[in-house]
Ligand binder design. Structure first.
Ligand code: SF4
Length: 890
């Protein structure tokens, strides 16, 4: 029997069916995806058998019992509070947690420990949207629903590579474009995969979004396109916002866009009732992120375009439960259930509901400040749940140093990470598919995540660990939960507690507070609000603020315009730091790759961290495609390979956010990233750090395949990918290879041959060619190819098929010649369609040879693009490259 659950990756919140044999498919009944999945979701089944999970609690790297670990945590946290006060301890949580985990963590810290020092990695993702919503609507609410994407006539994607970061919503948008002719505008400094369906791409200056939308407000007003009745009847602050809005010419100058292109967008927006603005991290991760959000919302308020089908401002959340975390108050500046520290009545209400002995009365430290407090020694005990700040927080190297110095660090997670390596206590957490609870997606839809397998070893859910620690700290009565449904009912009841009258909170799921355990198990996806008065209804609440009298959650019941003035990023290029570094997601990876990075097929779309650089800058720095460079900021430096692409604006570079020390010597890009934050939301500016770049001469390139992992030497560049039978490493050397016996030692250190192994080799020192293979019982255990020229190395994928296989007779010579399992091997091929492993070379040849002109042609011949559809934007781009005059975009 299939179990209905939800995807653990992005905020789209797709419904899944999990079968007993581990097969994962899209749930055709789930309203977020109606059966669709992206490449990551479609590969979830491959993650179920991943090795390397944390199985048992560890104290100072030694196995311990749960009682030993939980007693120690309770003792050290109590001690830190007694000696230094409640603000000396902190929790750092994650949008990967379920709402039930989040609720217990928040209650423990804010109601019982007595500090609001609990923040979430969601701070890095959408805190600016939260702050913008509260300023405009009085509460953190997303007004619309996914049907607005299906029903819109103009979709504006701002700072959002939706094609890669929210692929199923992108599929819905692409379908709307085909069926109803929806126009698509992409506003992004980079030409991303989302531009494949764009009617207009505005490659604006990084950070200038607020000026672009303030200019739109001015244009709407100047052209008589505002909805004056709506402005008068439902809002305040229009004149103030308009008074500082730039003219079209001024906006064009600030955004570095041609005035006619900007005017075209303004004209389209002004003339299209059904306009939806979808925005994401490019808006939020900015030192002026909150103003950007309000500049967007201002334009929807000015036209009255929200609360009705096909229109509205729409924040796309990054993580599966960033929204649920906001609902339970998982950010340091929030109380539970959308209540606020700014209202003493709210603080008192939550205190009474919880029976809290030590209610926090003021906001705690936001993520960047929290880790600065750790570095400064002000935090004496820290518990990190389900996230990897040693890789993902700005100035990650300094964060690591702070964690290493912190007196007591607890980390609960599913896999070892860069952060668990720095913990005093590591707790094995139950992961996706192993625990029960709820998540809320970007359209306010609460869905169940259901367990369909047992956790490995002694792993337990996070809410259970938190509850056990709370009991040991003396608060057993308030934390008497036996199952996740107990927590959900309490969370739902709090949302409805004293929630009536003029100032009622919009987040109200009181209608779910009396669910029985069986009802909770059966709970179908439902959008909030679900108030008690609608207890029996099954219909959703798809849109808020409908124009027929919907009140906003502000004191005056009106939506608020916010004047927004353009501010450039905190760090700006100059002679010493001439390039601006942007960071972001790739199509097939998730966060710090703990799950996706170990799935071979997901690593074949992009197998190394690369820095994307405009060809003009490539010439300026004397680097070619694939070259190794050193990139340096004021905060750190690393080596990385280069990819030249005209999709990047000159003077700006892009690096993926995913890689860590476990996958590449490049390590986390957040080592380089500035810790500047938005003054209102506290969200860090992850997309605008100044850097400089220099070419790094490489004397040799290498390919190492091994059946087992290896801690790589620190003195060379390396990058690892999982392959079916082991691991493959790309190597690059800046030093001459050692000579004589030292070369043998070096080879042995990479092959780590067991005593009974046999070594076969070939070398031509004159040409810089060295090849070694270690056979154990006649089977290939490891091999190393070194060459002065990268392009002369054999293909990884072909050789990977020989790992673990018998090597006999002439096969030995073939192996050292780099022959693949089935014949000659070519250079490693980039995979475009992950579902059917269709590579770039195959696609290019097939399109050219068979005269293909559409994605449908490709699908019919090669199946590429016919399953999850995540590769369709790239298929269109390849068609355009190969058949520039023939292709028809899908
Ligand atoms: Fe998961 Fe992909 Fe759906 Fe996001 S779009 S929830 S990653 S299947």
């Amino acid at each position: 029997m299939s179990i209905q659950t939800t995807c653990p990756y992005c905020g789209v919140g797709c419904g899944l069916l999990a079968d007993g044999d581990g097969t994962i498919s899209g749930d055709p009944l789930h309203p977020a995806n109606f059966g669709r999945l992206c490449s990551k979701g479609a590969a979830l089944g491959d993650t179920l058998a991943l090795d390397g999970r944390l199985h048992e609690p560890m104290i100072h790297r030694q196995p311990a019992t749960w009682d030993e670990a939980l007693d120690l945590i309770a003792r050290r946290f109590s001690q830190a509070v007694a000696e230094h006060g409640p603000d000396a301890v902190a929790l750092y949580v994650s949008g990967q947690l379920l709402s039930e985990d989040y609720y217990v963590a928040n209650k423990l810290m804010k109601g019982f420990v007595g500090s609001a020092n609990i923040d979430s990695n969601s701070r890095l993702c959408m805190a600016s949207s939260v702050a913008g919503h509260i300023r405009a609507f009085g509460e953190d609410v997303v007004p619309g629903c996914y049907e607005d994407i299906d029903e819109t006539d103009l979709a504006v994607l701002v700072g959002s590579n939706t094609a890669w970061c929210h692929p199923v919503l992108f599929q819905r948008l692409a379908a709307a474009r085909q069926t109803r002719g929806t126009r698509v505008v992409v506003i992004d400094p980079r030409r991303t995969a989302s531009c494949e369906i764009a009617d207009l791409h505005l490659a604006l200056r990084p950070g200038a979004d607020a000026a672009l939308f303030a200019g739109l407000l001015r244009y709407l007003s100047d052209h008589g396109m505002c909805n004056n009745d709506w402005i008068t009847g439902r809002t305040t602050g229009f004149d103030a916002a308009l008074s500082i809005a730039p003219s079209l010419a001024e906006a064009a100058a600030i955004t570095d866009l041609p005035a006619d292109e900007l005017a075209r967008f303004y004209e389209w927006f002004a003339g299209t009732q059904r306009a939806v603005t979808l925005y994401s991290q490019g808006v939020n991760q900015s030192s002026s992120g909150t103003d950007k959000v309000n500049a967007i919302i201002n334009c929807h308020l000015a036209t009255g375009r929200l609360g009705r089908p096909g229109m509205g401002p729409f924040s796309l959340t990054g993580q599966p439960n960033a929204m649920g975390g906001r609902e339970v108050g998982g950010l340091a500046n929030q109380l539970a259930a959308h209540m606020n520290f700014s209202a003493s009545a709210d603080i008192d209400r939550v205190r009474r509901f919880w029976g809290a002995p030590h209610m926090a009365a003021r906001p705690g430290l936001k993520a960047v400040d929290l880790f600065e407090a750790v570095c400064a020694g002000r935090i004496k005990a820290l518990w990190i749940l389900g996230t990897n700040p040693a890789a993902s927080v700005p100035r990650a190297q300094q964060v690591r140093a702070g964690l290493a110095r912190c007196p007591f660090v607890v980390v609960s997670d599913c896999w070892p990470t860069d952060t668990t390596a720095l913990a005093d206590v590591v707790l094995p957490a139950a992961g996706w598919g192993e625990k029960d609870g709820t998540v809320t997606n970007s359209e306010r839809r609460i869905s169940r995540q259901r367990a369909f397998r047992l956790p490995p070893g002694a792993a337990r859910p996070d809410w259970w660990m938190l509850t056990e620690v709370a009991r040991r700290m003396g608060w057993g009565d308030a934390f008497s939960y036996q199952r996740s449904s107990d927590i959900f009912r309490e969370h739902a009841a709090l949302s409805a507690f004293e929630n009536d009258g003029a100032g009622r909170r919009m987040f109200d799921i009181g209608g779910l507070a009396a669910l029985s355990d069986a009802d909770y198990d059966r709970l179908e996806p439902v959008q909030w609000p679900v108030p008690r008065t609608c207890e029996r209804r099954r219909a959703d609440s798809p849109r808020l603020f409908a124009s027929d009298g919907g009140r906003f959650a502000t004191e005056d019941g009106r939506a608020h315009f916010v004047p927004t003035r353009w501010l450039p990023p905190v760090e700006r290029p100059d002679e010493d730091w001439p390039l601006l570094l942007n960071t972001g997601r790739l199509r097939d990876q998730w966060h710090t790759m703990t799950r996706t990075g170990e799935v071979p097929r997901l690593m074949r779309h992009q197998d190394e961290p690369v820095l994307t650089l405009h060809p003009v800058d490539g010439r300026r720095y004397g680097v070619s495609d694939g070259a190794l460079v050193r990139i340096e900021s004021r905060h750190g430096a690393t080596l990385i390979r280069v990819m030249l692409s005209a999709e990047q604006r000159p003077g700006e570079v892009f690096a993926p956010m995913h890689w860590t020390d476990r996958f590449s010597s490049t390590g986390p890009v957040d080592r380089l990233v500035s810790a500047a934050t938005d003054p209102i939301s506290g969200q860090p500016e992850l997309k605008a750090t100044v850097v400089r770049l220099s070419a790094v001469p490489v004397l040799w390139w290498g390919l190492l395949l091994r059946r087992s992992e290896l801690a790589m030497p620190a003195d060379m560049y390396w990058s690892r990918v999982p392959i079916e039978a082991g691991h493959a490493f790309t190597l690059a050397g800046r030093e001459e290879l050692p000579g004589g016996s030292r070369l043998d030692d070096w080879v042995d250190s990479l092959l780590t041959r067991p005593a009974r192994s046999e070594l076969i080799s070939y070398s031509d020192a004159g040409r810089g060619v060295f090849r070694y293979a270690s056979l154990v019982d006649g089977r290939l255990d490891a091999c190393l190819f070194v060459d002065a020229h990268r392009t002369s190395l054999p293909g990884r994928e072909g050789l990977a098929g020989r790992l673990g296989a018998a090597v006999e007779g002439a096969g030995r010579i073939g192996l050292l010649a780099g022959a693949a399992a089935g014949g000659p091997s070519t250079a490693a091929e980039r995979i475009v369609c992950t579902c059917f492993a269709v590579g770039l070379d195959v696609l290019q040849r097939a399109i050219a040879d068979r005269g293909m002109t559409s994605v449908a042609d490709i699908g019919a011949a090669l199946r590429a693009g016919t399953n999850c559809g995540s590769c369709i934007p790239e298929l269109n781009a390849i068609l355009r490259e190969v058949q520039p005059d023939e292709s028809t975009p899908a």
